[in-house]
Write a protein that binds this ligand. Structure first.
Ligand SMILES: Cc1ncc(COP(=O)(O)O)c(C=O)c1O
Length: 465
């Protein structure tokens, strides 16, 4: 098992000594399952240097926890977590004083967080080494993205989604939010400066997209959807005609179902007839657990204008802020002009590293590993919650999150009490815009360990009982 990496936050103004604070956080990491039985801790000298304290502070904290039975010192062999799984099963009752929600102790089940593993991947580090050893470029990165990354994205899409695109059809963005702003800039340019493009969004849907679109000048219209997403028959009874529609056809966000091919074709033919731009948010379709992915809307035969929005936030990490749009035809040209006018927000060195990583096969290997990891946690979730007659589980076909609905207590109350017990859970209500929300939670399981997930579900179940 690898060495532990924990973000310690020490407060020099606190009345508690630094070694007591460190001991508290280490204890909490063992209790919370962040540190696992047998896991090695860094050497005292190195940890002291990393967190900027004297070695004596670390030695005292280790000694304290060894005395309490949490750690075991093997002399020159280092210190490891003592084998006490019974300790890890104890419910955490209170948050330790002085800890922020990001610090050790909170098990965060907010959705949208993938496994942090790619950054420890040897191939990822090699890709960066390669990128930084290249000649230093003194010019700005190309506005549409580097040739290498555009090509790598096209190859990745062909292999993972069966979408046949040319590197020239790909524009690199700083993620989906940036892609949406770009599309808005293009639509506003088309309408003139006072134009407010009307954008139809799913309800419930991705709240960040609603916020970003509104901030970029969109007038939002919503359409109620269930897990299977938007149905083309709903489009005939809209109160007005939108300029664009944003859909998550492969994994409705957050409810988790998918639009059938018939519905996708229906949407395309309506969009074509009415000159509506379809924005396809294809954010996590690489993570299918049971069923095969359906073809992307952007790959179906149609004359409608479609922009595919892709992101590296789920299959790699949101920390990168990198994604892409796939565009064709006149809309593609207009979008490229909008990008040229706005300039690129994406770093050239990031693009080089990412292109190396994708082309060397690192990304697809990482996705396969992550898929197995997520599938395993999904099984764990089903094993814990699946049999409960009071819980309806959904969104389990793919992705990194699930939805649990229950009649009572209120999801907001459950989330507040869970947080008090060290578990962050997100109520479903935040995803709804204009309709009454179902009572339930969106449970992200991408970034937690199995042990953390098991403990968090124990807390959830105890609150529902
Ligand atoms: C529905 C949906 N689309 C896209 C994204 C990714 O957005 P970005 O690429 O801006 O990080 C997310 C992330 O949580 C999401 O939930």
């Amino acid at each position: 098992m690898g060495e532990a990496e924990i973000p310690f936050t020490l407060d020099r103004k606190s009345p508690a000594s630094l070694s007591a604070q460190l001991a508290n956080q280490l204890r909490s990491a063992v209790l919370g399952g962040i540190l696992q039985p047998e896991q090695n801790l860094p050497a005292t000298r190195r940890l002291a240097a990393e967190i900027g304290v004297s070695r004596g502070v670390v030695v005292r904290a280790f000694e304290q926890l060894s005395g309490e039975g949490f750690l075991e010192s093997n002399g020159a062999g280092g210190t490891k977590v003592a084998i006490r799984p019974d300790i890890q099963n104890l419910p955490v009752k209170t948050k330790l004083p002085g800890l922020t929600s990001e610090a050790v102790g909170i098990i965060n089940l907010a959705p949208g967080q993938p496994s942090g593993a790619p950054f420890r991947d040897r191939e990822w580090r090699a890709a960066w080494k390669n990128a930084v050893s290249a000649d230093v470029a003194t010019h700005l990165p190309p506005v549409l993205g580097t040739h290498e990354l555009r090509l790598a994205v096209a190859q990745h899409l062909a292999a993972s989604r069966g979408v046949a695109v040319d590197g020239d059809d790909v524009v690199i963005t700083a993620g989906t939010s940036d892609g949406l702003q770009l599309i808005m800039a293009m639509l506003r340019e088309r309408q003139g400066q006072n134009g407010r493009p009307r954008v139809l969004v799913e309800d419930p849907g991705y709240p960040t997209a609603r916020r970003v679109l509104a901030a970029a000048g969109a007038e939002l219209m919503t359409v109620p959807v269930d897990e299977d997403g938007l149905r083309s028959s709903q489009l005939d009874s809209l109160s007005g005609m939108p300029d664009a529609v944003l859909v998550t056809p492969s994994h409705q966000y957050p409810l988790g179902g998918r639009m059938t091919v018939q519905e996708r074709l229906g949407l395309l033919s309506w969009a074509d007839e009415n000159g509506v731009l379809v924005m396809e948010d294809d954010y996590d379709s690489e993570f299918r657990h049971k069923r095969m992915p359906l073809p992307a809307i952007a790959s179906l035969p149609s004359n409608a204008d479609v922009v595919l929005l892709g992101t590296f936030s789920k299959n790699l990490s949101p920390w990168l802020r990198c994604g892409y749009v796939v565009v064709r035809g006149q809309t593609g040209e207009n979008l490229k002009q909008a990008r040229a006018a706005l300039d690129t927000p994406v770093s050239g060195i990031l693009q080089s590293a990412l292109a190396h990583y994708i082309q060397g096969g690192g990304l697809s290997r990482h996705i396969s590993r992550a898929r197995r990891e997520y599938a395993h946690r999904r099984e764990l979730l089903i094993a814990r919650l699946g049999d409960r007659p009071d819980i309806e589980l959904a969104a389990l076909d793919g992705g990194l999150h699930a939805v649990s609905r229950f009649a009572q207590p209120s999801a907001e109350v459950v989330a507040a009490e869970a947080l008090r017990q060290g578990v962050k859970l997100v109520p479903l209500s935040g995803y709804y815009a204009d309709r009454a929300a179902d009572n339930g939670l969106v449970i992200g399981y991408g970034a937690v360990t199995d042990l953390q997930l098991a403990r968090a579900l124990d807390v959830l179940l105890s609150l529902l009982d």
